[in-house]
Design a protein around this ligand. Sequence first.
Ligand code: C5P
Length: 221
Amino acid sequence: MIVTIDGPAGAGKSSIARLAATRLGFAFLDTGAMYRCVTHAALQQTRSQDAADPWSDPERLLQIAEGCQIDFDDGRVLLNGEDVSDAIRTPEVTRHIRFAADHPQVRTRLNVQQRRIAAGQDIVTEGRDQGTEVFPDAECKIFLTASPEVRAQRRQQQLAASGKQVQLEEVLADQNRRDLEDRLREVGRLRPAEDAVVVNTDGLQPDEVLEKVLQIVRQTA
Ligand code: C5P
């Protein structure tokens, strides 16, 4: 069984999808991590002097994506055998991610890998385009969302918990920019699949969202 969970940045998809997978005994796939891996690899290339600039050279970026062997091992993300779980979550990676996410051939390549990972197992897969582009025939599709203000407040609290004090306006502006990029992308843009169940998490605690998601999956199974 394939369960897709899509939605905008800050809707709590990652943690809910991971917890749901554990509760269901399913595998879990974080597709955002794959776009992050390609971006991280490209950033490393920009640091080596003689390489072409991957940000202005789509061919170069595709080559870099082709050189990315991405594996998931017990919750860790491996890029060509190296644990990059933390390195792919930097603001620098997030700022540059649109180059990989807007690149149709990079998307196609990652979509193939995502289908390969999902083949033959029960899985909860999380991203922006899982129910629309990658697994249009998935048995259960969920679109997790929340108002921009609530998502920004949650993000601000997360940052504060990790010792970073950021103004709400700043978090909201950054989030609005990412929302716009994700929604306007020509291929793989963020939108609920026609047959997705939309869950608005405003005012819900994480355990309430998890129970809602599990209920939807059980009703579909
Ligand atoms: O989910 P996360 O924030 O880690 O994803 C990073 C970025 O990768 C997103 O902002 C989005 O632009 C892109 N992405 C995508 N398609 C996916 C997953 C992520 O375009 N399936």
